[in-house]
Write a protein that binds this ligand. Structure first.
Ligand code: COI
Length: 405
């Protein structure tokens, strides 16, 4: 039988050899031709020579060249590019190891893993920015760590402690720092931490015995493209689809919540809309969330209103925008919003999230009715403040930014 570590050892040798063959650089101070060990990494057990073992190959990967990105910093879009590698931690025997840096963007996964079969997986999205003073900073990573911990509890996975989360995220950024978009291009390094049951599960009990936490990074522009944020997006209200049940997994960043939106959002795009808007699953009356973003409305009297429900994801961007609105003396309300009764009272509607930042929703269609939103002044001002803090142009009064290198 092949043990996990033996299999990984073989895979890693192949991955790294290939990565190096394809031009991957070996960070200074590390052993060449092997994965880079973060401090204190577990020592794999020795391979017993007379055991039969499997071995696996990964496809050859062409690593992104930073020179090729030089002309793309203003138009990165939101896509995956192979960089120097990712950070991986493994949880076995009730404890996390100290982490590894792995070059090739592949993992060796048991075919019965809990993530593959039962969706035991939560992810995060946060960003690192090249700031005006030449430093690279993360925005508010402890909020993401806390949200991932809530998700872990909901899906019965081991929690990733906040310091380990921040260490993993920082290490992933540092080891890919040449790919962090330079200051002045309105782009950032999008960071995707993922926690999932990599161990096998045939039924729902017992739980998996192995979990993986990894952090991948990618240089990214706006999720909805540069145009989307400027000209606005049309949203289609979902009448026949729900994103999350009232007491289900909607409030955590479970992978399955996004799977539930795939059919609706592709239908909406086919009909010419830019996104979906979900109402509460029980009554289809209260506003919940856009496809990948929180809803924010600005009323005619200038109040910042965002929905409150157990099934809505607590957006970190929304939290910070609320703080910026309060700093300006605006009234902020987090409460149920009855779509039919209130939609006309909003002068501005925006969708907010890490990847999208703040995007103007210029129309919402429910049934045959179209509600147009021609203004975007207040939300655009708040977006400007947030992005100015991110790149160090505006004072970080709330201590949100964390220097990584
Ligand atoms: C984010 O905004 O960070 C998200 O996780 C949404 C994702 C679908 C891009």
């Amino acid at each position: 039988m092949l043990s996990r570590v033996q299999g990984k050892g073989l895979l890693r040798a192949v991955q790294t050899a290939r990565a190096v063959r394809c031009g991957a650089s070996v960070p200074s101070g590390s052993k060449p031709w092997s994965d880079v060990e973060l401090p204190g990494l577990r020592t794999p057990p020795p391979i017993v020579q007379d055991e039969e073992v499997y071995s696996y190959l990964t496809p050859g990967i062409k690593k992104t060249k930073v020179e090729d990105l030089a002309s793309q910093w203003d138009n990165l879009g939101f896509s995956i590019r192979p960089l120097n590698g990712y950070v991986q931690y493994t949880h076995t025997n009730r404890k996390w190891d100290m982490g590894t840096f792995v070059p090739a963007p592949y993992i060796l996964l048991h075919i019965n893993s809990g993530a593959l079969h039962y969706g035991v997986s939560v992810f995060e999205g946060l960003k690192a920015f090249s700031c005006k003073d030449g430093k690279i900073r993360l925005m508010n990573p402890s909020l993401n760590a806390l949200r991932m911990q809530q998700g872990a509890r909901k899906l019965r996975m081991p929690e990733v402690p906040t310091d380990m989360f921040i260490q993993g995220v920082s290490e992933a950024v540092r080891r890919n720092k040449e790919f962090v978009p330079p200051y002045g291009h309105g782009a950032a390094m999008y960071i995707r931490p993922l926690l999932f049951a990599s161990g096998k599960m045939l039924g729902l009990a017992p739980l998996a015995e192995e979990y993986t936490f990894f952090v991948t990074v990618m240089p990214a522009g706006s999720y909805f493209g540069n145009k989307g944020s400027e000209v606005g997006i049309d949203a289609l209200v979902m009448e026949e689809h729900d994103r999350a049940a009232p007491m289900g997994t909607g409030a955590v960043k479970a992978a399955g919540n996004y799977a539930a939106d795939l059919d609706p959002v592709h239908y909406a795009k086919g009909e010419g809309y830019g996104t979906t808007l979900y109402l509460d699953a029980k009554e289809r009356r209260y506003i919940e969330e856009f496809s990948v973003c929180n809803f924010v409305g600005i009323t005619k009297d200038g109040t910042y209103v965002t929905p409150k429900a157990e099934s809505i994801l607590a957006s970190t961007t929304n939290k910070m925008l609320q703080q910026l609105a309060m700093d300006e003396g605006m009234k902020v309300e987090e409460r149920p919003i009855d779509f039919d009764k209130e939609i006309d009272n909003f002068e501005e509607v925006g969708m907010v999230g890490t990847a999208a930042v703040v995007v103007w929703v210029r129309s919402l269609t429910r049934g045959g009715r179209v509600f147009k939103k021609d203004k975007f002044d207040t939300l655009s001002r708040l977006r400007q403040k947030l992005t100015s803090i991110q790149c160090g142009e505006l004072e970080d009064k709330h201590g949100w930014m964390l220097e990584v290198c």
